[in-house]
Design a protein around this ligand. Structure first.
Ligand code: NAD
Length: 358
């Protein structure tokens, strides 16, 4: 597929290809939609096999950010960037700063943040070249690690599920199976425990499992057994695509809500979930806590304001379920409608960057 064909398929506004011979930088920045505001999305630093793979990934991820921010009620558009290469081999301060200057050339239409392969240290270096960067350390006026905000958002979603399924946002005595107890999953287990819920966990990292068992009284199961656990909520917090034709028939939960991106292996797998009578909370609604936290940073970070905004995931998810009921569609389709409706309300305006601000 040619570049213009790829960009045209999902109507991306703009894609910038940047290269710098002295540092070896090869980057693609995709701005999907700025109807609601500047395009925010992280930078993925990854050894893509070729440029076509990198382009496909950045276009897909940028569109995902448009939907996530729109559905979260943020005045932000969607964008994403990739740097092609293995950070362990080609990372240098020169490369990152050169990348920062590439971002700066977009005049604020794209704001970056951390993603796979980039770190807080990279964001600090980028901030020396451009103001259009977020996810800076708290001591530098930034919002720090977004994971606790993401976990807080998953709790808001589980409360909304509780309200709908058992008539109370109270999680006392409820059982949640958490697949993956990394930065988000472990904080989720802590919060669930504080709220009186019981947790069942799995993770290839044995130290993390021991910690959850000893600290939060979690029950540990094997990586494969997590799908068979009888529970109120199954919470995918590891990798994407764990909900598929072989795992969905095994689930013994009432609802699914977790932080992992792209949980459904195929879009059509939502039908398998619906057919089993399981309530699905769409991932991009549930895991918006991190981007909400970063959005607060873009106009002066306040932890209290961030927490209040993250808690609105409860209302956002309830609105998705209501739309699903009203339109007779599944929650995934309803979530896409909610996001698209907000974008359409903006009337196709485009955020023009710094010149618009002056
Ligand atoms: P992380 O890398 O800290 O944690 C992931 C955990 O999953 C690790 O402990 C890993 O050992 C475990 N894992 C890997 N394979 C597994 C398997 N087969 N079964 C069970 N566990 C497995 O990542 P994180 O920051 O906690 O993010 C978790 C998920 O949430 C990711 O999909 C991420 O894209 C998504 N997400 C995270 C944030 C955030 O703020 N960190 C925001 C939005 C979405």
């Amino acid at each position: 597929m040619g570049v213009f064909e790829a960009i045209g398929t999902e109507a991306h506004e703009e894609v910038l290809f940047g290269a710098d011979r002295s540092s070896g930088l090869r980057t693609i920045i995709a701005i999907h939609d700025t109807s609601l505001g500047p395009a925010l999305g992280g930078t993925r630093f990854y050894p893509y096999q070729d440029e076509a793979e990198a382009l496909r990934d950045v276009l897909r991820l940028a569109k995902g950010m448009t939907l996530k921010s729109a559905a979260a009620g943020l005045d932000l558009g969607g964008g994403k960037a990739v740097i092609i290469g293995d950070p362990a081999e080609i990372w240098s301060e020169n490369l990152i700063r050169s990348y920062g200057r590439t971002i700066d050339s977009l005049g604020g239409r794209y704001i970056t943040a951390e993603d796979v392969g980039t770190t807080v240290r990279d964001m600090v270096l980028i901030s020396q070249e451009t103001p259009w960067v977020s996810g800076l350390p708290i001591e530098d006026g930034g919002s720090g690690d977004p994971s606790p905000a993401t976990a807080r958002g998953v709790i808001a979603a589980v409360r909304a599920i509780g309200e709908r399924l058992w008539g109370a946002g109270n999680l006392q005595g409820r059982r949640v199976a958490v697949q993956g107890i990394g930065k988000v999953g472990m904080d989720l287990v802590r919060r669930l425990t504080d709220m009186g819920a019981e947790t069942v966990v799995t993770d290839p990292n044995a130290d993390a499992v021991t910690f959850a068992v000893e600290t939060y009284g979690s029950k540990a199961v094997s990586l494969d057994d997590i799908y068979d656990i009888e529970c109120d909520v199954f919470s995918p917090c590891a990798l994407g695509a764990t909900l598929n034709a072989s795992t969905i028939p095994r689930l013994r939960c009432s609802a699914i809500a977790g932080s992992a991106n792209n949980q459904l292996a195929f879009d059509g797998d939502i039908e398998l979930i619906v057919d089993r009578g399981i309530l699905y909370a769409p991932d991009f609604i549930v895991n918006a806590g991190g981007v909400i936290n970063i959005a607060v940073e873009t106009d002066g970070y306040s932890p209290e304001r961030a927490a209040t905004m993250v808690d609105r995931i409860y209302d956002n998810l309830a609105a998705v379920f209501d739309t699903a009921d009203r339109d007779g569609v599944n929650p995934q389709v309803a979530a896409l409608r909610v996001a698209q409706a907000r974008i359409d309300q903006a009337g196709g305006r485009r955020f023009r960057g710094r010149s618009e601000e002056q």
